[in-house]
Structure formats: structure tokens, C-alpha cells
Design a protein around this ligand. Structure first.
Ligand code: SF4
Length: 317
């Protein structure tokens, strides 16, 4: 017998069934959720979908499907739940939030995954946000579908702080296909960066997650920073991969199969802790700073975050 969100997930109507993916309605009580993690530079999160078709091997959000008693691997990528809400409901929730609180869209699942093209939940939330004044919204995505909403972004940015961050872990197409099998190609993401930057939006590129032995190293990270600068991005950053148990259960067997030489080091690291610490992270941080200077890109600006200030951040969804 299923309870709570597991029951709701099974009761929602099914919208459609494509060859690989089925989409379902998910009734919700709230769209905007409080983020209590002190290390996160935002107070509220919005994720219009549960599950993500992009299917990144390292995706940390897989555990969210386990709450609904679905499988963190296949189900997370193939059973997509679209939250049920109206523009008026989203407006009412946003108006309840303190004006200086920051809102992050796309912290757990991608707001511009393919389902958005047909179901438009992200656009619906943005239509609600466009009615706000003096708020801060940061979006994180791999979806070049974000170009569709350029006009809405411009409208939001007229009266609010809006930051649109694209995750581009690598410019290497083959590696990107292996790591992020159903996400748009890196060059398509960069084309979206260019299109949104061209209309004056504040766009960032984040080469996250950094995967030692795969996407790590000066040459690879610099190729992302260089492309970001050439496409007009204002921000650049990169964060080391972290693997919590549900993500590790998917990523590590995949790595052992595809890149067996790396498997032992990853297994040892993530048996100890979900987060990498120490020298590797310090070296990455120094390299990112150097690349920012070289390409004229700004950083996250976390130290200045607070009421009425531009909050820049990225979290790898
Ligand atoms: S990492 Fe982001 S884009 Fe990739 S599957 Fe997870 S939510 Fe989707």
C-alpha cells in the first residue's frame, strides 16, 4: 500500500507514453519549497518536474524517485512527473516569500528537459514570476529549450535579478554523450548561451560536475571557459563531482564498465565520503580562478549574496 507522495505519484493521470518515457501528472501542495541547507546560497527551490529524461550518469537527484518508491535509475529517467499547479497558485506562493529571499529553479531536475516542450510547467512558473518585482531568480539547466523563453526572461529581468546558468561539463561531444546520454549537445547549450547573452541576459556557464580522469584538467576545463566567453557568458565556475549513495549506485557500475581504469580510485573515494575534499578541490578552485581572469569571466559572488545583491551560484542538479 503506497502512502504520501508515493500514492499521489500513482494516482496522477498519464499524459503520454513515448517509446522510452512516460509523463504523468503529480498533484502537489506547494510548488516553491524551502531550502534549509546552510551552504546553499538560496532560500527557496522550484522544480516543476520530478525525474529527468537527460539521464546523466552522475545525477545526484536520483534519490528523489526513491521517495515515490520508484527506481533511482530506470524510473528516474523514464517516468517523468509534471507538477500540477496554476499561474495564480504560483503567484500566491511567491508573494508569501520575503522579497530578499533568493529562488533557485532547477535544483533537482532539469526545467528544460524534453517534457517541458509539451507540458510547459517551467514556462507556467516563469509566467507567474514575471508578475514579481525586486526578486532574485537563478535558473540552472542543460536544456537549449531555454531559448524559447528568451522573451519571458527579458520581461522578468526588467524588474528582478535573473541569472541563467548552463551546465556544460565538457565540450567533448563523445564524452558528453557517454556521461549525459539524452541531454542536448554541448555546442547546442553554448548556442543557447549565445542567444540569451545577445539579448542582454546575465548568463553563466558551469563546467560541473568535474569528474577526475574524465572532464578534469586544464585543457578540458579551459575549452569550456573559452567557449563560454566566446558565447558572451558573464560567469564561469566548476564544482567537483559528489556522489551520494543513490547516485553512486548508478555511476560507479557504469564507470567500471566504460572506464575500468578509473573505477578503483572512484570506489575508494566515494566509499569514504560523498564529497571530495582537500588538495584536488583546492587545485580546481585555483584553476577556475585563473580561467576567469584569463577570459574575463566573473565568479559566483557568494560572499556578497544577501538582500538586494546579486546572488550568483550554481549547483549541479
Ligand atoms: S544532472 Fe541535471 S540534467 Fe542531468 S539527469 Fe540530473 S537533473 Fe537531469
Amino acid at each position: 500500500m503506497f502512502k504520501g507522495i508515493a500514492r499521489l505519484a500513482r494516482e496522477g493521470a498519464q499524459f503520454e507514453q513515448k517509446r522510452r518515457v512516460s509523463c504523468h501528472a503529480l498533484p502537489i501542495r506547494r510548488l516553491v519549497n524551502r531550502c534549509d541547507a546552510p551552504r546553499m546560497p538560496f532560500e527557496w527551490t522550484v522544480n516543476p518536474y520530478r525525474g529527468c529524461e537527460f539521464g546523466c550518469r552522475y545525477c545526484y537527484a536520483r534519490y528523489t524517485h526513491e521517495f515515490m518508491e520508484f527506481h533511482a535509475q530506470e524510473d528516474f529517467e523514464t517516468r517523468i512527473f509534471a507538477k500540477e499547479f496554476t499561474v495564480e497558485q504560483a503567484v500566491a506562493e511567491l508573494l508569501q516569500l520575503p522579497r530578499h529571499h533568493r529562488i533557485a529553479l532547477g535544483t533537482a531536475t532539469d526545467p528544460y528537459q524534453p517534457a517541458e516542450r509539451r507540458l510547459g510547467r517551467t514556462r507556467r512558473f516563469l509566467e507567474a514570476f514575471a508578475r514579481m518585482r525586486g526578486r532574485t531568480l537563478a535558473i540552472t539547466t542543460k536544456g537549449n529549450l531555454a531559448r524559447r523563453d528568451a522573451g519571458l526572461f527579458e520581461k522578468i529581468a526588467q524588474n528582478n535579478v535573473l541569472i541563467v546558468n548552463f551546465s556544460v561539463s565538457t565540450m567533448d561531444l563523445r564524452l558528453a554523450r557517454a556521461l549525459e546520454p539524452y541531454a542536448p549537445r554541448p555546442d547546442l547549450r553554448m548556442a543557447a548561451v549565445e542567444a540569451l547573452s545577445r539579448v542582454g541576459l546575465d548568463v553563466g556557464v558551469f563546467a560541473s560536475p568535474v569528474l577526475p580522469g574524465l572532464t578534469c584538467g586544464r585543457r578540458r576545463l579551459e575549452s569550456v571557459a573559452r567557449a563560454a566567453a566566446a558565447c558572451g557568458a558573464r560567469r564561469f565556475g566548476a564544482q567537483m563531482v559528489f556522489l551520494k549513495p543513490a547516485a553512486a549506485r548508478v555511476f560507479l557500475p557504469w564507470l567500471a564498465h566504460e572506464y575500468p581504469a578509473l573505477a578503483g580510485a572512484y570506489r575508494a573515494q566515494f566509499a569514504r565520503a560523498a564529497y571530495v575534499r582537500g588538495e584536488a578541490v583546492e587545485r580546481l578552485s585555483a584553476l577556475v580562478k585563473e580561467l576567469r581572469v584569463k577570459y574575463g569571466l566573473a565568479g559566483h559572488g557568494l560572499a556578497q549574496s544577501g538582500p538586494q545583491q546579486l546572488a550568483l551560484f550554481q549547483i549541479e542538479k
